[in-house]
Design a protein around this ligand. Structure first.
Ligand code: PLP
Length: 382
């Protein structure tokens, strides 16, 4: 059963995705990062917005380097992006999967000595794609730690078989420009890059190795953080890369939910599960066909909002699986009827605002966007 292509009349909500906004966001980031090259991170199905639509639109705009998280994501994307466009897989090869990287022309990011060893075996026997080496500079998530890196350089590096396309690390605190860890990680990255360069990029084939440190927020830390290649994800999709400043990115999604039922209620009426809300006044409620199963977080209760007829209406009671209740007492009753739309995400109340109301981050709002929504793509490439 697939609900993805539900028609607008049957769908409880419509998710509009603006490919032009994503392309403009990429161009803005690319200009900021120039002369460094600008990749696009399209992991998790382009942060929930549809990698099969987003990646070709960005490739058409000139993006030549894409990152996904997993091998499966890379395999799905490869036929949609003609070489020489490169696709790198951040999680690298899990045990037993290295051959598939080569078969699908995917570049692995090698994160630990085991992945390097596996890849060295492939690299020496086939025309394997080049790889990127990931150094952990202070996040303790993926990448070689310092002792592993040191022993890799000393010769435990799987021979000279591996062609290197890149040397990368990832910043843990880039959205806070004052955080001291940024400079610390950059320092370790520079030191690692120098040692890596001395040992690994002597051969002609590895000459084109790219140094890459910055994701969306790192781009805004300035030129010192750009190196050869930047790797934005979230900012492409409208998340503010610098939360303490006005958002320079365009919103890429609009979400509208449909009213299923309207009712008049008395003062004192309990609303929703747990009777968590009691009406303080007589009024009118609209029940909208979007719930936590659609990725509208339960933690939105009781702060969330919607907009109808240009006015904000408060979310009341608990978000339930398929439904959310709004107090529409202040809205012209002619606008509030079954089938009418309320705006849940728009240019004004974007993913970051929704995230703040739900106690999370824009990344989580985007990647949770539901499968039941009727999806409409706008923009040149759709
Ligand atoms: C997810 C990810 C990115 C993109 O990060 P954003 O903050 O979304 O721009 C870049 N590099 C790595 C290693 C990542 O895991």
């Amino acid at each position: 059963m697939s609900l993805i292509f539900e028609t607008p009349a049957r769908a409880g909500a419509v998710l509009e995705i603006d490919l032009d906004a994503i392309v403009r966001n990429w161009r803005l980031l690319a200009r900021r990062a120039a002369p460094a090259a600008c990749a696009a991170v399209v992991k998790a199905d382009a942060y929930g917005l549809g990698a099969a639509k987003v990646a070709p639109a960005l490739a058409k705009a000139g993006c030549r380097f894409f990152f996904v998280a997993t091998l499966d994501e890379g395999i799905l994307l490869r036929p949609l992006l003609a070489e020489p466009v490169e696709i790198a897989v951040l999680n690298g090869p899990l045990p037993g999967s290295a051959e598939e990287f080569a078969a699908h022309r995917l570049l692995p990011v090698l994160n630990d000595p085991g992945q390097i060893e596996d890849w060295a075996r492939i690299a020496s026997c086939e025309a394997a794609p080049p790889a990127l080496l990931h150094l952990d500079t202070g996040m303790a998530r993926l990448g070689l730690c310092e002792p592993e890196f040191a022993s890799f350089l000393e010769g435990g590096r799987g021979g000279n078989a591996i062609l290197w396309r890149g040397f990368m690390s990832h910043l843990a605190c880039a959205e806070d420009p004052r955080h001291p860890q940024n400079a610390l990680q950059r320092c370790r990255f520079l030191d690692g890059l120098r040692r890596f360069g001395a040992v690994c990029t002597g051969s002609d084939a590895s000459r084109d190795s790219l140094a890459s440190l910055a994701a969306s927020s790192g781009i805004f830390l300035g030129r010192d953080y750009h190196f050869d290649l930047v790797r934005p994800g979230a900012a492409l999709y409208g998340v503010n890369p610098q939360p303490q400043h006005p958002n320079p990115m365009r919103q890429a999604v609009r979400l509208r939910g449909k009213i299923v039922q309207v009712r008049e209620v008395d003062r004192g009426q309990a609303v929703g599960y747990g009777a968590a809300h009691l009406m303080a006044h007589q009024g009118r409620l609209a029940t909208v066909a979007v719930g936590y199963a659609d990725g509208w977080p339960r933690s939105m209760s009781p702060r969330g909002l919607a907009k109808i007829g240009g006015k904000r209406v408060p979310l009341i009671g608990r978000v339930s699986m398929d439904l959310t209740i709004f107090d529409v007492s202040a809205i012209d009753p002619a606008l509030v009827r079954p089938g009418a739309f309320v705006d849940l995400l728009d240019e004004e109340y974007g993913v970051d605002q929704a995230a703040a109301d739900a106690g999370t981050i824009g990344y989580e709002i985007l990647t949770a966007l539901g499968r039941r929504y009727h999806r409409v793509y706008h923009g040149e490439a759709s």
